[in-house]
Write a protein that binds this ligand. Structure first.
Ligand SMILES: Cc1cc2nc3c(=O)[nH]c(=O)nc-3n(C[C@H](O)[C@H](O)[C@H](O)COP(=O)(O)OP(=O)(O)OC[C@H]3O[C@@H](n4cnc5c(N)ncnc54)[C@H](O)[C@@H]3O)c2cc1C
Length: 339
């Protein structure tokens, strides 16, 4: 058998600040941008089992500590970018969707992990489907949306998943259905698996600080998904996208680097209200600041280190615990080691 030659781009010492929306953090030991999903499977199969691999989409929910990540980061955005329109029955339509009679009940898209979620929202809306609009404001990839069960305005990614293709650490592909997963609020794990498997070890910043508890889906990565949306009205869906985006512009600090909601909403409460109730809006650590516009966002006001951001995260957690008696859990995932 001939030796595998990577078809994609392999680089050493990659600054992760280029690949996370906070624009902060350290270096990855290497990064790999696969040519396509077959190349990724071959790449994974040929890496020693002892090597850490970490899949990253658009880094919109990720903080890489300043000391970097001792892993090969696989970047899916721009690499796994196929988006195909299938009929309800899983066949490629011979006409533009909406013109053939046997898929009036819904639209099925097959989407690779590196496709931006907003692109899926727009494509589904243009094709006359309803329900995908919420994805328009989630600035990540579909792989990240699957891993996080990203959602907003009453909808979640897995509400629309009919099947996924995953890749395991040996390079094996699997076809899975939602029944294979435990799915909840920002939570997706294969049933019966250890949720920490495949997780790059994290270390608390100081021994007195509790480490955040990021949940990795498992040691399998999402390669693609089939998403089915009910039939709707194209003009109405496009209008709803415009409205949802306008709502975000009005309520979120989109002009400054951030990673969306830092904390999960605790049962029956909103993290933003709790944080604001503790007077923490505008609280600063170095270049990091609790947004004055949305208290559950931490923005990089310029030159923030990952440590600034993480220190602020812990300060918010301890203040909310002390003043409100609520232990906030991070929604953002924190990986790597300190400088
Ligand atoms: C302005 C702003 C608004 C936001 N609004 C929302 C919102 O309304 N709702 C919401 O849920 N989130 C929101 N987010 C957070 C974020 O956009 C979502 O969590 C998104 O789904 C992350 O996708 P990503 O590609 O950026 O993932 P990344 O940040 O790259 O990765 C996040 C996690 O998913 C894992 N991952 C990524 N790709 C894969 C894959 N292919 N297979 C397996 N694991 C993978 C990574 O290893 C990492 O652990 C917002 C973020 C920002 C910056």
């Amino acid at each position: 058998m001939s030796a595998y030659v990577p078809q994609g781009v392999l680089r050493g010492q990659e600054p992760m600040s280029r690949h996370v929306s906070w624009r902060a953090g350290g270096l990855a030991r290497a990064c790999y941008i696969p040519k396509d999903s077959d190349d990724l499977a071959d790449f994974v199969a040929t890496r020693a089992a002892s090597e850490h691999l970490h899949v990253v989409g658009l880094g919109s929910n990720l903080l890489v500590r300043d000391g970097g990540l001792d892993a090969i980061v696989v970047l899916t955005h721009g690499a796994l970018r196929r988006l195909e329109v299938l009929t309800q029955r899983g066949q490629t339509p011979n006409q533009e969707w909406g013109l053939t009679p046997n898929h009036e009940d819904g639209l099925t898209l097959e989407v690779e992990a590196g496709v931006p979620a907003p692109k899926v929202a727009r494509q589904a809306a243009r094709l006359g489907a309803a329900g995908a609009e919420f994805l328009a404001g989630i600035p990540g990839t579909m792989g990240g949306a699957l891993a996080m069960n990203a959602g907003c305005y009453g909808s979640e990614t897995w509400d629309f998943v009919t099947s996924v293709v995953t890749l395991d650490r040996t390079g094996q592909l699997h076809l899975r259905t939602p029944a294979d997963y435990e799915i909840g609020y920002r939570h997706v794990v294969i049933k019966g698996s250890d949720p920490t498997r495949g997780l790059t070890p994290t270390t608390p910043t100081t021994p007195t600080m509790a480490p955040p508890t990021p949940l990795e889906p498992s040691a399998e990565w999402f390669i693609s998904a089939r998403l089915t949306f009910p039939r709707g009205d194209s003009a109405a869906a496009l209008q709803r996208i415009r409205e949802l985006l306008a709502r975000r512009v009005a309520t979120q600090p989109l002009g400054e680097p951030n990673a969306g909601s830092v904390f999960r909403n605790p049962e029956g409460a909103y993290a933003a209200q709790l944080i604001e109730g503790c007077g923490l809006k505008g609280e600063r650590e170095g270049g990091a600041e609790v947004s004055r516009k949305h208290a559950n966002f931490i923005v990089n006001r310029g030159g923030a280190t990952a440590l600034d951001i993480e220190t602020l995260i812990y300060r918010v957690q301890s203040r909310v615990l002390q003043d409100k008696g609520v232990a906030l859990m991070t929604e953002v995932r924190i990986v790597g080691s300190n400088a």
